[in-house]
Design a protein around this ligand. Structure first.
Ligand code: IPT
Length: 976
């Protein structure tokens, strides 16, 4: 067959060639504060979508083209979120055939036009047209003249347009292809969202204006001096009034300064003046170094309490406003987070400005991921193919040049999950040369040949411990191994926050605090990427992969954040806040009556003078006394032991606890005075043993095949409680099933047993109950049952021993597993249905939020009150949720105040909801959960831990719920 010349490899169209683009200006620093004119081109543009890229009609770029039939489109924005086409989610698989750099004919292409008026007084001369970010390839015309094209979605691109601008009306035309060669480099785990999603603007460039500036501001912790040098083209002067500095660019000055750290984000206002422009700079003095095997800033080891942050908004995708960025950062600071990895691309530059201002350590990551090539053993990986190196270098340059002046950026990251190769090494070499002041990060190369820190994702606790001891498995190459073993260690991703979880955070934190090499990490990830949708009847919910009819998708793997899509904190964030608290408050002395508290400053730079320490003494959750603890302004790493005043009521009547909190003494940029940073609780005496219920009445035969015992009525045939205090109840019966969480389900590639699938295989979701005996034995009613799934000999023998004092009813439950259980149990407890109007819950125990065995750090003992509805955690994909831990007693009341009180021996997990576990398990989205006429209560003696197996290690052995004999009891009373 003749080769068709028009389709030879050499002839690929611009959007498929491997070049980074054509016609754009070299990348420079982002300089928001300038006295040169700017004109925003954001607004409602005109838009037309074509299904393919091969549209020949370029006439649309002509100013006079009639676009009146086109739709309106908000820019910045993604067209797929504005009614044109649909978003699509894949994790690692490319949603197009892997044949780099080619793309299928179906390549949605959006033609954009924007007519704008240039102000009459806009100065003649140079003007730059700046695109903050366009996914994935844009070809640009101004007033009919083509400027060029570019790829590199989350990177800025600028064109010189001064000669093309005209006073009055101008027309900008942009053709955007959803798919391009660049898409092969942008295989990040997120929605594919084409469009002009960051701002577009004109920047006037006066004669003698700043072309580029590089601020070098180091800090010498030995002398307390900062050294400033500002390199600029063209030359000019820099003034820093607060430091009395006035120096030429290129010249350096050393003066005493207050350093910049994430804890103390001290910025100095400065001005750079060149012949044509005045630019505001905000200078933070700090020095980053890898020294003595540690990552240090200003001479001190850092502990990174980080998150991975994608740019995401549930309605606008990656088009974020400054308010949304600020909201993220305020939430992070308020939850003790001190570091962000900008996974997996440079964020909007305004975000970094905010990081400078509010104080966060930033790992700025390049817009590069080629994960889909892993499926073919990295064959044809662009990262190891010289033809792609210019594109890779272009991405490295665009990031470093744009972001080089931010004190918050302490490391450059080459990208994410792109294997290894010559292109990556070339990027690293260029970055080192251009900016030797920042260490390099990249996780995907185990040899660490190009990096300055050893970084891993999802390593389990045991491995992190080995790394901490520097006894990890060696690399085959001895020299590389020795080098890697000398590097500091970070977990660039850990604790997969998908659905309920992550579990095991405290256990990681203990390792980071024990081994200096382990310098913390970044939870995966900050936010659930659920897209805001409505059902046909207007019920809001969040969509995930597959909800837009994608033929290939990865479901709800895109919802794995510490905040829900609308940026409300999930229990995982509350847990993380407690685990990473920068001050530790703990008991010293005997467990039951410590009497003294140890306060430790876990910060790296600041003393404790910004905090005050209120305490409170509570009995049965009721405040009895309070005051303020005088804590000295401890330096980082220091601790002090302080006595608490002796309780006035000793011995207390009930369970007595001290709660000591660390709160902000004064307003800060990120939270108001009084904001709680850390807390600790100490018992003030032994926990009282619940009063035994004296059985005073005996079971007797009732009417219609029932047995009565005190306030309880039982079905004589099954022995199941059917009434309590004159109201119908269902159960309680033994229950071991929970609606598997994402972490229970586990990811197929994770090692170890995946609980969810195993539980279903055993049949825990379809247990059968058999009654073996319902007998009176003195004052007690004994009910023996066997609870087991079909097709197996596995099961549980259960003995219920019911007694009553006439007013209350107590059941003692003894459970004996039968058979060789191949998996842990989801839960072990009783399930019971009660009246649906028992909707107000009060309890004394752990709260106020959800907690499971390995997610319980944030649960504090107190008296809490929430409605049944408020007890639910609205995970984007419904799953087990809402347990309250360590519950001593709980009361459920009707609006008229009557209700039911449940006391546990020992304390228990309480879960209450308006649907059954089976309904919860079947639900795919929140609107699938429809309240029934019952409240279903789970009174659990135990729960299996949560772990992080949706993309990490499973439940640690100490949090496993293995099938084993157990006894526990509950007392039911009418609420008083
Ligand atoms: C890791 C990715 O880096 C991240 O983008 C995200 O996909 C995360 O996993 C899971 O949510 S890669 C994984 C295969 C370990």
């Amino acid at each position: 067959m003749q080769q068709d010349e028009a389709h030879s490899d050499e002839d690929v169209p611009y959007y498929e060639d491997v070049s980074p683009g054509s016609g754009a200006l070299p990348p420079v620093a982002w300089l928001p504060g300038s006295d040169a004119r700017r004109l925003s081109l954001n607004g409602t543009w005109r838009f037309r979508l074509s299904p393919t890229a091969t549209t020949e009609d370029e006439g649309f770029a002509r100013p006079e083209y009639d676009d009146s039939a086109w739709a309106g489109l908000a820019v910045p924005g993604h067209w797929v979120l504005q009614g044109h086409g649909a978003p699509a989610y894949t994790n690692t698989g490319y949603p197009f055939p892997v044949d780099p750099p080619r793309m299928p004919d179906e390549n949605p292409t959006g033609d954009h036009r924007y007519a704008f008026e240039l102000p009459a007084d806009w100065p003649a001369g140079a003007t730059v047209l700046r695109f903050g970010g366009v996914e994935s390839c844009a070809r640009v015309w101004l007033n009919g003249t083509e400027l060029g094209h570019f790829k590199g979605s989350r990177l800025p691109h600028e064109f010189e347009v001064g000669a093309l601008l005209r006073p009055g009306p101008n027309v900008l035309a942009v053709r955007v292809h959803q798919w391009s060669s660049g898409s092969y480099l942008e295989d990040q785990d997120q929605w594919w969202l084409p469009g002009v999603f960051r701002e577009v603007e004109l920047r006037q460039r006066p004669e003698g204006a700043v072309r580029d500036v590089f601020v070098h501001a180091g800090y010498d912790h030995r002398t307390g001096d900062g050294t400033l040098r500002v390199d600029c083209a063209p030359a000019g002067r820099v003034t820093v009034p607060e430091l009395g500095l006035d120096l030429a660019t290129g010249e350096s000055a050393t003066v005493p300064v207050a350093p910049w750290t994430a804890e103390t984000p001290r910025l100095y206002d400065a001005e750079l003046a060149t012949p044509g422009e005045r630019v505001r700079l905000r200078i933070g003095f700090r020095t980053v170094a890898v020294e003595d095997g540690l990552l240090k800033v200003n001479g001190r080891r850092l502990l990174l309490r980080g998150v991975n942050r994608h740019e995401f908004h549930p309605a606008h995708g990656r088009a974020l406003t400054a308010d949304v960025m600020r909201r993220d950062l305020l939430l992070m600071k308020q939850h003790n987070i001190n570091a962000v990895r900008t996974s997996h691309y440079p964020p909007h530059p305004a975000f970094l400005e905010l990081c400078d201002e509010l104080g966060l350590w930033v790992v700025d990551e390049c817009d590069l991921e080629t994960h889909g090539f892993a499926q073919q053993g990295w064959r044809d990986n662009p990262v190891d193919d010289e033809r792609w190196t210019p594109a890779l270098l272009d991405r490295a340059r665009r990031m470093v040049e744009r972001d080089k002046n931010h004190p918050s950026v302490i490391m450059w990251s080459l990208g994410n999950e792109c294997g290894t190769g010559r292109g990556l090494s070339a990027m690293a070499a260029w970055m080192r040369e251009r900016d030797p002041s920042r260490p390099l990060h990249y996780e995907g190369d185990p040899s660490c040949a190009d990096t300055d820190v050893y970084s891993r994702m999802y390593a389990d606790h045991a491995e992190v411990e080995r790394i901490g001891r520097r006894t990890e498995e060696p690399l085959r190459d001895a020299a590389l191994d020795a080098r890697r073993r000398s590097l500091p260690f970070v977990l660039c991703e850990y604790a997969h926050a998908m659905g309920n979880g992550p579990g095991g955070l405290s256990d990681y934190q203990r390792l980071f605090e024990t081994y200096e090499r382990c310098q913390g990490g970044f939870v995966w990830e900050w936010i659930d990427h659920g897209l805001r949708q409505e059902t046909a009847d207007g019920i809001p919910y969040h969509a995930y992969g597959g909800d837009f009819g994608e033929e290939l998708h990865d479901g709800n793997f895109v919802c794995d954040g510490l905040v829900f899509p609308e940026r409300t904190p999930s229990p995982g964030l509350v847990e993380y806040k407690k685990v990473i608290e920068p001050v530790r408050i703990e008991a010293v002395g005997p467990d039951t009556a410590p009497g003294a508290v140890r306060v430790t400053n876990l910060q790296d730079f600041a003393d404790l003078s910004a905090l005050v320490f209120p305490w409170r003494y509570e009995v049965e959750g009721r405040p009895v006394a309070e005051g303020t603890l005088a804590v000295p302004p401890l330096l980082p790493g220091e601790s002090a032991e302080l006595k608490l005043p002796p309780p006035a009521d000793s011995p207390p009547v009930g369970e007595a606890l001290w709660t000591v909190r660390a709160v902000l003494a004064e307003d800060t940029a990120w939270a108001a005075a009084g904001h709680e940073v850390a807390w600790g609780q100490l018992p003030a005496g032994p926990r009282p043993v619940p009063r035994p219920l004296t059985s005073a009445v005996a079971p007797r035969r009732g009417e219609g095949g029932t047995i009565a015992l005190g306030p309880g009525v039982f079905d004589a045939a099954t022995g199941v409680l059917s009434g309590f205090d004159g109201r119908a109840v269902t159960g309680p019966r033994l229950d071991v099933w929970r609606a598997p969480t994402d972490n229970d389900e586990g990811a197929p590639w994770q090692p170890g047993q995946r609980c969810g699938p195993e539980w279903r295989r055993i049949g825990l979701h379809r247990m059968r109950h058999r009654t073996d005996a319902v007998v009176a034995a003195g004052d007690a009613l004994i009910v023996r049952t066997r609870v087991a799934p079909a097709a197996t000999a596995l099961g549980f023998r259960v003995v219920h021993r019911w007694t009553s004092d006439g007013a209350a009813l107590r059941v003692e439950v003894a459970v004996t597993p039968e058979g060789d259980w191949p998996a842990p149990l989801p839960r072990l407890g009783l399930r019971m249905g009660v009246d649906g109007d028992l909707s107000a819950v009060r309890w004394f125990g752990g709260g106020p939020g959800e907690a499971y065995p390995d997610t319980s750090a944030a649960a504090r003992v107190g008296r809490w009150a929430l409605s049944v509805d408020e007890l639910q955690t609205p995970y984007v994909r419904p799953q087990e949720n809402g347990a309250r831990i360590g519950v001593r007693w709980a009361e459920l009341r009707r609006p008229d105040g009557t209700g039911l009180r449940i006391e546990g021996e020992p304390d228990f997990f309480l879960t209450a909801r308006r649907w059954t576990t089976e309904e919860l398990d079947a639900a795919r989205h929140t609107p699938d959960l429809v309240p029934g006429d019952r409240v279903w209560l789970h009174l659990d003696h135990a729960q299996h831990g949560i772990g992080s197996q949706s993309c990490g290690p499973g439940v640690l052995s100490r949090y496993r719920l293995d099938a084993a004999p157990a006894t526990f009891a509950f007392t039911f009373r009418p609420a008083e």
